[in-house]
Design a protein around this ligand. Structure first.
Ligand SMILES: [Ca+2]
Ligand SMILES: [Ca+2]
Ligand SMILES: [Ca+2]
Length: 357
């Protein structure tokens, strides 16, 4: 009996050790730990006023950029401030590039405002600009819809909450109250999420929201992050960050998404911006996710910006546009292009203005 007990315990210990060994290797592989940092620098300077991250940035066709800043208390990622987040606007056509804080009016609790992914929608009929912002008050997920008034005021129109929108990372607006959203986790419990990552369970999804219906538009994603749309509005791009690829979907009638293909990028890409002139896809990526989660200022997480040309064609071209070991910029999440200019934002640090000419 004692001998049987002993061998059972030995078998259990061996199984646990094997699992932890497997888990360790899997996490190292997913997070691209100890990967050599890609290096490529551009002519850049820091944007004033942005010290606590600009997780997402998007730019209107007329050169007006929006920045969501101050993301904190999210997925145990580092943050330099626990103050409420803010929205900024920056006119890229002005000679002085100084982001200005957007005034928020209406019925929104600003003391718990924690903005994350953003998207803009312009009403073709009357040119009204709607700004959609993922917000995480008390670690929850909801989407705020604002209307831009003048150049520096957001009027809060609506808060969208839904059980299917449970861990929203980013959104892309396709109507005044209509959007696609990515969920970056499946479980509420962090240990179960870690297990899902280790086992490679592709249980995250893209959700379509309209006031009339809310449903899963696409599944099979390990961790949904950035989402955006082609200039002709025909394709939706989703970053499956843990899979190191960008998934391409075609929008069908009735807002159905048909999977087209995945483009490997070899790095952990966060948000997606699309050049409105060329259709090129710009990605803010994390070259080594372990450096992000075990934040050490002496060995900081780096930044990596990737561009995909002709993403829908048979031969997409993936290029490194910017790479840094974290001494210039830590934790890049987004790269927004505008006519030879590039804005690069981060989770918790600064933002850069660069020239790509
Ligand atoms: Ca976005
Ligand atoms: Ca995938
Ligand atoms: Ca993101």
């Amino acid at each position: 009996m004692a001998a049987l007990q002993k061998s059972l315990i030995a078998a259990a210990v061996a199984a646990l050790a094997a699992f932890f060994g497997f888990a360790f290797l899997k996490i190292n592989r997913l997070s691209l730990a100890s990967r050599e940092m890609p290096v490529k620098h551009l002519k850049c300077h820091y944007l004033p006023n942005i010290e606590y991250g600009a997780e997402d940035i998007t730019i209107l066709k007329d050169g007006l950029a929006f920045l969501s800043t101050g993301l904190h208390d999210y997925l145990d990622l580092p943050s330099f401030s626990n103050e409420p987040g803010k929205m900024y606007v920056l006119d890229l056509l002005q000679p002085k590039l100084i982001p200005v804080e957007l005034q928020i009016k209406g019925d929104l609790d600003l003391s718990s405002f924690n903005p994350h992914g953003i998207s803009v929608y312009t009403d073709e009929g009357d040119d009204t600009v709607y700004l959609f912002v993922v917000n995480h008050p008390q670690r929850k997920s909801q989407v705020e819809i604002f209307r831009l008034v003048g150049e520096d005021t957001l009027v809060h129109l609506k808060t969208v909450r839904h059980p299917m929108l449970h861990s929203v990372n980013d959104i892309v607006a396709v109507g005044k109250e209509h959007f696609y959203a990515t969920n970056d986790h499946y479980f509420h419990n962090e240990a179960l999420n870690l297990l899902a990552v280790i086992l490679g369970l592709p249980w995250c999804n893209v959700v379509y929201y309209s006031p009339e219906e809310v449903r899963e538009a696409a599944g099979g994603i390990q961790s949904g992050n950035g989402i955006n749309i082609s200039p002709d509005k025909r394709y939706i791009y989703v970053s499956d960050i843990l899979d190191h690829e960008i998934d391409v979907f075609e929008r069908l009638d009735g807002e159905r998404l048909a999977y087209v293909k995945s483009v490997p990028v070899g790095t952990l890409c966060d948000n997606i911006e699309v050049d409105h002139m060329t259709g090129d896809v710009w990605l803010g990526c994390h070259p080594d996710a372990t450096k992000l989660s075990n934040f050490d200022p002496k060995d900081p997480p780096g930044s990596e910006i990737i561009k995909i040309k002709n993403i829908v064609s048979d031969q997409p071209v993936v290029t490194l546009e910017y790479g840094d070991d974290g001494h210039e910029l830590m934790g890049s999440t987004v790269a927004a292009p505008y006519e030879g200019k590039l804005l690069i934002g981060t989770i918790f640090q600064k933002a850069l203005y660069c020239s790509t000419k």
